[in-house]
Ligand binder design. Structure first.
Ligand code: FAD
Ligand code: NAI
Length: 465
C-alpha cells in the first residue's frame, strides 16, 4: 500500500454495486473502505428494493393461490386469511438477514465500513462523519432514488413511493399507480393479490417501456385479465389529499378533457434518478451529464484520474445485477486487471405472475440495428410442464440474425421466466446461434424446453406445435 493514502480503494455507497466492488477489491489485496450513510448496508436493493419487494411478491402470490381458489383446483382446500403484520414481519426478517450478511462479508474480507455521508474534499479525498479520508482510488456507487412528480407530494401515508408502498399498514381499497413500469406492476401486483383494486396510469401508449413490443402488448392483456385497470396515454396533472383519501386528476397525454380518480393510496413510480446531491463533486472536478449521471468510459473511469463510477449513478440499466457486475469489473481494473461488462447482455426481469424477462434486443430494435432477422416463437400453452402446472400464459420468443443465425435477443413470459432467461444470457454471451440452443439437450419436463422449441422455430419447426 501507498503510505500517503489511508486506503487503496474507497467506495462511496454500499448497494449491490458498492459492496461488491469493495469485497472484490479487498479480495484482490487492496486496502479498502466503504462509506455508507444508511444504518444498514446493501443499498436500495437490499433495504427498500429488490429484496423486500420480492418478499412481498412471494408471500402475496401464495396468498392469492389460496384465496382465489387456485389451490382448491389442485385438490388443496384451505381458507385463506391475511395476516398483513406477519407478512411485513417476514419481509423485514429477509432484509435484516441479508443486510446483516453484507456486514459479515465486510468483516470477513476486512473491508472497513465508514459510517456516514461521504463528500468530496478533493480529487483523492472525502469527508465522512467529520473525518477526512484519502484514497488512491475512489469509486462512486451512490445509486439512485425515486424521481419526484412535480405537483405530487409523497407523504408516505396516502401518497407513497416504492418505499412507502412496501410498508402500507393495511390493504388499500383502491390503489392508483402512476407509471406502468417495473415498480408499478410489481408492487401493484402485491396489493392487487391482497385485495386492492389497482388502476395504473401510464403516460405512454403501452406499459413496460424497454421491453419487446409484443411482450408489452401481451403483458397488458395478462394484467387486464388479472383485474388491473389501465389508463394508457394518460397523464396525472395533480393529486390532492383530504384525510385518508386522494383525488388523482388525470387527462389524455395529448391534451383534452380530464377526469378525477378517487383512491385511498397513490403510488408514484415514474422512474429513478442518480444520487449525486451532497457529494460535492465540484471539489473533485467532476461534472454530471445531461441526465444527471456520472459519465464513465469502458473501464468505469470518470474524467478525473483515480475516480471511478458504477451502478445506478452511471449510465445504463438501473439494475442490481448490472451494478454488481460493474462492481467486480471496476475492482479488477483498479487492481490492474481487465474487468469488462458486456452491456449488450444484461437481462431484465419483472417478478410478477407470470414473470416477464428479456435479454438483448427487442424485435423492433433488432430490425432497426441488424435489418434482416428471423423470429422463433413458442407458446407456454404447448409446454408440457407449464400446462401441467396450469401456468400456460405466455411464450418464448427468440430473435436471430437472418444471415448468421446468431441470437440477438430472447424474451420470455412464463411463471419462471426470470430463471429461464439465465440460459439465454449465457448462450448470447457465448455468441450462440439459434441452432446451438435448438441442439442443446434440455431436461424434460421443464419450462426451459420452451426456449429450445422457440430456437427450433427460428429456422425450422418446433415439435410440440
Ligand atoms: P444503491 O443500491 O442505490 O446503493 C447506493 C447506496 O449509496 C445507498 O445505500 C445510499 O445510502 C448510499 N449513498 C448514497 N450517497 C452516499 C454518500 N454521499 N455517502 C455515503 N453513502 C451514500 N433491480 C434488480 O436488478 N432486480 C430487482 O428485482 C429490483 N427490484 C427493485 C425494487 C424496487 C422497489 C426498487 C426501488 C429498485 C429495484 N431494483 C431492482 C433496482 C436496484 O435496487 C438498483 O438497480 C440497485 O440497488 C443499484 O445499485 P447501486 O449499488 O448502484 O445503488
Ligand atoms: P420505469 O422506468 O420502469 O417505469 C416508469 C414508468 O412511468 C414508465 O412507463 C414511464 O413512461 C411512466 N411515466 C413517467 N412519467 C410519467 C407521468 N408523469 N405519468 C404517468 N406515467 C409516467 O420506472 P420505475 O417503475 O419507477 O422503476 C425504476 C427503476 O427501478 C426501473 O427502471 C428499474 O431499473 C428498477 N427496478 C427494477 C426491478 C426489477 O428488475 N424487477 C423492479 C423495480 C425497479
Amino acid at each position: 500500500s501507498d503510505q500517503t493514502y489511508d486506503y487503496d480503494v474507497l467506495v462511496i455507497g454500499s448497494g449491490p454495486g458498492g459492496y461488491v466492488a469493495a469485497i472484490r477489491a479487498a479480495q484482490l489485496g487492496l486496502k479498502t473502505a466503504c462509506a455508507e450513510s444508511c444504518e444498514t448496508l446493501g443499498g436500495t436493493c437490499l433495504n427498500v428494493g429488490c429484496i423486500p419487494s420480492k418478499a412481498l411478491l412471494h408471500a402475496s402470490e401464495l396468498f392469492d393461490e389460496a384465496a382465489s381458489g387456485k389451490l382448491a383446483k389442485l385438490g388443496i382446500k384451505v381458507t385463506a386469511e391475511l395476516d398483513l403484520d406477519q407478512m411485513h414481519a417476514q419481509r423485514r426478517d429477509a432484509v435484516k438477514s441479508l443486510t446483516g450478511g453484507i456486514e459479515f462479508l465486510f468483516k470477513k474480507n476486512k473491508v472497513t465500513w465508514l459510517k456516514g455521508h461521504a463528500k468530496f474534499t478533493g480529487t483523492d479525498s472525502v469527508e465522512v462523519a467529520g473525518q477526512t479520508v484519502r484514497a488512491k482510488n475512489i469509486v462512486i456507487a451512490t445509486g439512485s432514488s425515486v424521481t419526484p412528480l412535480p405537483g405530487v407530494t409523497v407523504d408516505q401515508k396516502v401518497v407513497v413511493d416504492s418505499t412507502g408502498a412496501l410498508e402500507l399498514p393495511k390493504v388499500p381499497e383502491h390503489l392508483v399507480v402512476i407509471g406502468g413500469g417495473v415498480i408499478g406492476l410489481e408492487l401493484g401486483s402485491v396489493w392487487k393479490r391482497l385485495g386492492a383494486k389497482v388502476t395504473v396510469v401510464e403516460y405512454l401508449d403501452q406499459i413496460l417501456p424497454g421491453f419487446d413490443g409484443e411482450v408489452r402488448k401481451e403483458a397488458n392483456k395478462i394484467f387486464k385479465k388479472q383485474g388491473f385497470e389501465f389508463k394508457l396515454s394518460t397523464k396525472v396533472t395533480g393529486v390532492t389529499v383530504q384525510g385518508d383519501r386522494a383525488s388523482v386528476a388525470v387527462e389524455p397525454a395529448a391534451g383534452g378533457e380530464g377526469e378525477t380518480i378517487q383512491a385511498d393510496a397513490v403510488l408514484v413510480a415514474i422512474g429513478r434518478r442518480p444520487n449525486t446531491d451532497g457529494l460535492n463533486l465540484e471539489a473533485a472536478g467532476l461534472q454530471l451529464n445531461k441526465r444527471g449521471q456520472v459519465d464513465i468510459d469502458h473501464d468505469f473511469r470518470t474524467s478525473v484520474s483515480g475516480i471511478w463510477a458504477i451502478g445506478d449513478v452511471a449510465p445504463g440499466l438501473m439494475l442490481a445485477h448490472k451494478a454488481e457486475d460493474e462492481g467486480i469489473a471496476v475492482a479488477e481494473n483498479i487492481a490492474g486487471q481487465h474487468g469488462i461488462v458486456n452491456h449488450d447482455v444484461v437481462p431484465s426481469v419483472v417478478y410478477t405472475s407470470p414473470e416477464f424477462a428479456g435479454v438483448g434486443l427487442s424485435e423492433e430494435a433488432a430490425r432497426e440495428k441488424v435489418g434482416e432477422i428471423k423470429v422463433g416463437k413458442f407458446p407456454m400453452l404447448a409446454n408440457s410442464r407449464a400446462k401441467t402446472n396450469h401456468e400456460s400464459d405466455g411464450f418464448v420468443k427468440i430473435i436471430a440474425d437472418a444471415k448468421t443465425d446468431r441470437v440477438l435477443g430472447v424474451w420470455a413470459i412464463a411463471s419462471v421466466a426470470g430463471t429461464m432467461i439465465a440460459q439465454a444470457a449465457q448462450a448470447m454471451e457465448f455468441g450462440a446461434t439459434s441452432e446451438d440452443i435448438a441442439y442443446t439437450c434440455h431436461a424434460h419436463p421443464t419450462h426451459s424446453e420452451a426456449i429450445k422449441e422457440a430456437a427450433m422455430a427460428v429456422t425450422g419447426k418446433p415439435i410440440h406445435i
